[in-house]
Every structure is written in structure tokens, then in C-alpha cells.
Design a protein around this ligand. Structure first.
Ligand code: DAH
Length: 385
């Protein structure tokens, strides 16, 4: 039997000498400590723990040693590597904490800084709602018609069969831009349109567009006119001197009150729901005969508050109906004044205020909210198109 090879002294393997291992370990620890950021630490990690690092190379030498020496060297290298990876992990978390603290400071958002973006605007609910109503009629084949807001007194009153002494002409209702016969900015309160030159007014309703449409077109005429109107009212919770109306006019052969009623029902059903309906109550307007006041079923309580004290409705005052506006069959005198033969054609018309309708449709309690231009009022309607 051959004796063990005593001439091989493991202590002589340079890389495995205790002081060498210690040096490698200390160099690694020093490199980690010197790394100023995570990137440098990564480089040190590769250099001191990677596959070609001194400790890894030393580790490879162990296999060649005899058992006793192998165990000792293995323990030495293992402890050194353990210390190195512990130091690496400690430095890693130290540098990560430093980085996180720095990011927190550098990327901090000061929520108290002034807001510098221009807030997105929103279309005014009166505009969107007016368009929505007009669309109901456009879908039925009606044409949108427009007229001037500064209107001849003749169109605003005379053509519509308002007699010269009709109270609506008086100064307390009508803004006169120019009185009759050229009187500047006023004239008499009994501003007569008869005989002399017509004055100029801010239109008090959209009905003059009826007269303009009939004079412009040959029947059949089917028009809808959304627009701004003016009256000398004080601004309060239920009045505004500038408001909006929608006017409808149909002139054709054989139109009757039944067509008017069907059109009104269709409108309220399109705007408020399929179970809606309208009712007509006799009234007087100079430009329609017969004339009626139109009501619709209360949008809020749907009539359920009537005779039901447990369920009162503020919107309709527990009446079950809400007054919408005026309507009727176009007065033959108006047809004649506008060049339409009343023997051949008949027509129906209606008009109502948009502000009022918007108020009960959206529970707006004060009309001033609609005119004051505060974006806090309009913004919730911003998604409506
Ligand atoms: N122009 C009327 C007003 O402002 C409303 C009105 C009533 C319009 C009857 C019409 C109508 O077209 O037929 O009070």
C-alpha cells in the first residue's frame, strides 16, 4: 500500500491561507462600505461574490484538499462568504433606505401649491337642455328657425294679433329699444303699433319667429325655435329679465287640435319618460284660437301626491300637474297677416319657458343659480352633451 502523499501541504495553497481569506473578506467588506449608491454596490457585489471573485475561486480550491484540511478550509471560506453576504445585505438595505428617503424628498408633491390648470368648462345646462328639446322635433322632421332678439314691434305684437292697447305692450313688460315713430329708447307706455311706424323691442317671446317663418316659407311649415327673450322683470328666485323659450309652429292642410295634443304628448314622453302625458286647459292668447294652457303630469311625484297627505310634492304643490306653457290653433288672422290662406291651411303652435322646465327637471330651487354663471352650478351638468 502506498502511504498518503505527505509532501502535499494544504497550508501551502496560497488562496486558502487564513490571512488570505481574511484579506478577501475584508476587501469585500471595505468595498461594500465604500459603495455610495446601489449601482456601486451592485459592482462591488459582482466583484466580491460573483463566480470569478477571489472567494469563489478560493472555494474551488477546497475540493483538492485532503479531508481534514478540506474541513478546515471549507469552514474558513464558508465563514468568510457568510460574513460577506451578510455585510452585502446590510449595506443593500441601508442604501435602499437612503434612496427611498431621498425619493420622498425629491419627488414630494406639495398638495398645498396653487392649482395651475385651467379647469375644464362645461356647457350651460340651459343650452344642452334647449338643444335636447329642439332635437325631439328635429327627429320628427321640424326645421330649426331663428329670429332676431332685437325685434320689430310689428313682428312681436301686431302680426300676432295683439291689439294696440294690449297690456303686454306696455313699458312695464316690454323693453323698448325704440318707441314707435322714432322716439328714442322708450316712447309712451301705450306704445302703439297701429298706423304709424313700428317701434323696436327686445322680443318678449319667441312667437314672432312664427310670423317670420310663415312669411319666409310656403306651407307646409314645420319649425321649432329655441331662443332668448326679454321682459322687464326683476331677478328673483322665480323670475329673470332674460330667459329662454322654445316655440313650435306647424302649418299644413288639415291640422287639428288632436295633432297638437299628440305632438305635446310625444315631447313630454321623449323628455321625461314613456308614462308622461299632457292636458290642455282653456286660456286666451291673441295669436291662437282656440288657445290653451298646457300642463304635464308632475315629473317628480307622477301624480301620486294628489289626495295623499302622506306624500306631499313640493314641485307641483300636490296638484299632480305642472304648467308648461301656452298653445293653440294658429289664429286665422295671424295666418292672413303672414300671407297664408286660412281657407286652405290650419296650424298649431306652442311655446314654453326653458328655465322653468329645467328647474323642475333638475330640482333647481332658485332661478338666479342659472344666470349667475357660477361654475359650481354648471359643472355637475358637464357630462351632458
Ligand atoms: N308666446 C307666449 C308667451 O310667451 C307663449 C305661447 C302661447 C306660445 C301660445 C305659443 C302659443 O306658440 O300658441 O307667453
Amino acid at each position: 500500500m502506498s502511504a498518503p502523499n505527505k509532501s502535499y501541504d494544504p497550508v501551502e495553497v496560497e488562496a486558502l491561507k487564513p490571512e488570505e481569506i481574511e484579506r478577501m473578506r475584508d476587501e469585500a467588506l471595505a468595498a461594500f462600505a465604500a459603495a455610495g449608491d446601489l449601482e456601486q454596490l451592485q459592482e462591488a457585489k459582482v466583484a466580491h461574490t460573483g463566480g470569478t471573485s477571489p472567494l469563489a475561486l478560493a472555494n474551488r480550491e477546497i475540493g483538492a484538499l485532503p479531508p481534514q484540511a478540506k474541513a478546515e478550509a471549507g469552514k474558513r471560506v464558508g465563514m468568510a462568504r457568510g460574513a460577506v453576504s451578510k455585510a452585502l445585505a446590510a449595506r443593500q438595505s441601508e442604501l435602499e433606505a437612503e434612496r427611498d428617503a431621498r425619493v420622498l424628498v425629491e419627488e414630494a408633491v406639495d398638495v398645498t401649491l396653487p392649482y395651475d390648470r385651467v379647469p375644464a368648462g362645461a356647457r350651460h345646462p340651459l343650452t344642452t337642455f334647449m338643444e335636447r328639446v329642439a332635437d325631439v322635433f328635429v327627429a320628427m322632421g321640424y326645421e330649426i328657425a331663428e329670429g332676431p332678439e332685437v325685434e320689430a314691434e310689428w313682428f312681436n305684437f301686431d302680426a300676432l294679433n295683439f291689439t294696440p292697447d294690449h297690456p303686454a305692450r306696455q313699458m312695464q313688460d316690454t323693453f323698448f329699444v325704440q318707441g314707435p315713430k322714432g322716439t328714442e329708447g322708450g316712447g309712451t307706455s301705450q306704445a302703439s303699433g297701429s298706423g304709424g311706424e313700428s317701434g323696436v323691442v327686445l322680443r318678449t317671446h319667441t312667437s314672432p319667429v312664427q310670423a317670420r317663418a310663415m312669411l319666409d316659407r310656403e306651407p307646409p311649415v314645420y319649425i321649432v325655435c329655441p331662443g332668448r327673450v326679454y321682459r322687464t322683470d326683476e331677478l328673483d328666485a322665480t323670475h329673470t329679465p332674460v330667459f329662454h323659450q322654445i316655440e313650435l309652429l306647424a302649418v299644413d292642410e288639415g291640422l287639428t287640435m288632436a295633432d297638437l295634443k299628440g305632438t305635446l304628448d310625444h315631447m313630454v314622453q321623449s323628455l321625461f319618460g314613456a308614462d308622461m302625458k299632457t292636458r290642455l286647459r282653456p286660456n286666451y292668447f291673441p295669436f291662437t284660437e282656440p288657445s290653451a294652457e298646457m300642463d304635464m303630469v308632475c315629473y317628480v311625484c307622477r301624480g301620486e301626491s294628489v289626495g295623499n297627505p302622506d306624500r306631499p310634492c313640493r314641485t307641483c304643490g300636490s296638484e299632480g300637474w305642472i304648467e308648461l306653457g301656452g298653445c293653440g290653433m294658429v289664429n286665422p288672422k295671424v295666418l292672413t297677416a303672414c300671407g297664408v290662406d286660412p281657407q286652405k291651411y290650419s296650424g298649431f303652435a306652442f311655446g314654453f319657458g326653458i328655465e322653468r322646465m329645467l328647474m323642475f327637471r333638475h330640482n333647481v330651487e332658485d332661478m338666479r343659480d342659472m344666470v349667475e354663471g357660477d361654475v359650481r352650478f354648471t359643472r355637475p351638468f358637464g357630462m351632458e352633451i
